[in-house]
Design a protein around this ligand. Structure first.
Ligand code: DAH
Length: 349
């Protein structure tokens, strides 16, 4: 047993003599005298030593450990390696070296956040309050109470992010595909607050994220933002809707803004129209009509399903794409630019 210790000592000394640079010194140190080194292992081997030999064995291991520590120190000194320095430690920190300048300036809000805030502000001036609803919805708020029948193509699983299987779950959850869900939630809330009936007019906008499994291209993304509007009062007319939209367009795009309504169909409005706005996407391109979204007078069935008496109350609603509004206002030709977070783009806007 003691012989094995002498052999260990001999090979340790031979290898130490051969170690000629800080890296091999480091390697030697962990192989022999480090916490997982061979000297520690020899101490651990004590249990295999006959009981009578243990005091001598232990003493020899401790002595060997001290000898090798000392030899290591001498070898370091001979090679000019500073004690405590290791191969992995880099050059010492120079506290007087000048720092790196941050040239990009302070951060600021993303263009979509700013556009949303601008929209909220413009509509607030017209008396619209902000309403919210969950992004994880159910088909009752996304479809049923918006008068979208079970057979409607908009409900197809391939066109929606369902969280539950719509074929087997009674009220499947889904990522909302439109902010029109917030119309339903707002009407339900108002009716609940009125103890089962609507007691005063509603005037809200609801900006937020919506999700559709569309292939990404210059005008589509699987997630985008919409801003929904809902106004419920007595004898609300299409004329009021159009006036509101024109007022909005002038406030947001400037006094020369033009709005066009094209007859269309949505299950939750009657009559329905598509809203276009005249925009110039790039200085070198001619102006053109860009579709912003839809609008119309709230369908009596929708009012009814939300607990509102359509004989007493009427309303208008609209829903626009916020990215479209941002692109139209700032001449952004590709929706992907809004999500790539390329600082060269973001800094320009
Ligand atoms: N929710 C519709 C969509 O995502 C847009 C829309 C159309 C909203 C007509 C409305 C509306 O409020 O009245 O395509």
């Amino acid at each position: 047993m003691l012989e094995a210790l002498e052999q260990l000592g001999a090979s340790a000394r031979a290898e130490l003599a051969a170690a000629g640079d800080p890296a091999s010194l480091d390697a030697w140190k962990s192989a022999y005298i480090g916490p997982k080194g061979k000297v520690k292992a020899a101490l651990g081997n004590m249990k295999n030593v006959p009981a009578g030999d243990r005091p001598a064995y232990g003493a020899r291991v401790n002595a060997l450990s001290r000898e090798l520590e000392a030899a290591f120190g001498e070898r370091q000194a001979a090679l000019g390696v500073k004690a405590g320095a290791s191969a992995s430690s880099g050059p010492a920190l120079d506290a007087t070296e000048p720092g790196v300048m941050f040239t990009s300036g302070p951060g600021r809000q993303h263009i979509l956040t700013r556009v949303r805030d601008e929209l909220v502000e413009v509509f607030a001036r017209m008396g619209f309050a902000v309403a919210e609803g969950p992004e994880l919805e159910d088909d009752e708020h996304n479809f049923v109470k918006l008068n979208i029948p079970p057979s409607h193509p908009a409900r197809e699983p391939i066109d929606n992010f369902y969280v539950d299987d719509p074929a087997t779950t009674p009220r499947p959850r889904m990522l909302r595909s439109q902010t029109s869900t917030v119309q339903v939630r707002t009407m339900e809330r108002a009716v609940a607050a009125g103890g089962g009936e609507l007691r005063s007019p509603i005037r809200i906008i609801a900006p937020g994220r919506v999700y559709r499994p569309d292939a990404v291209d210059a005008t589509h993304s699987f997630m985008f933002h919409q801003i929904e509007g809902l106004y419920i009062d007595q004898q609300v007319s299409m004329a009021e809707l159009k006036t509101t939209l024109i007022q909005f367009a002038r406030a947001y795009f400037g006094p020369k803004a033009e709005v066009r309504l094209r007859p269309s169909f949505f299950p939750f409005t009657e009559p329905s129209a598509e809203v276009d706005m005249k925009v110039r996407l790039r200085p070198d391109l001619p102006e053109r009509w860009m579709e912003l979204g839809g609008c119309g007078l709230v369908h009596p069935r929708v009012l009814e399903m939300c607990g509102i008496d359509p004989a007493r109350w009427t309303g208008f609603a609209f829903g626009f794409g916020i990215e479209r509004l941002a692109m139209g206002k700032y001449g952004i030709p590709d929706i992907r630019m809004l999500f790539e977070n390329d600082l060269r783009f973001l800094k320009q806007i």
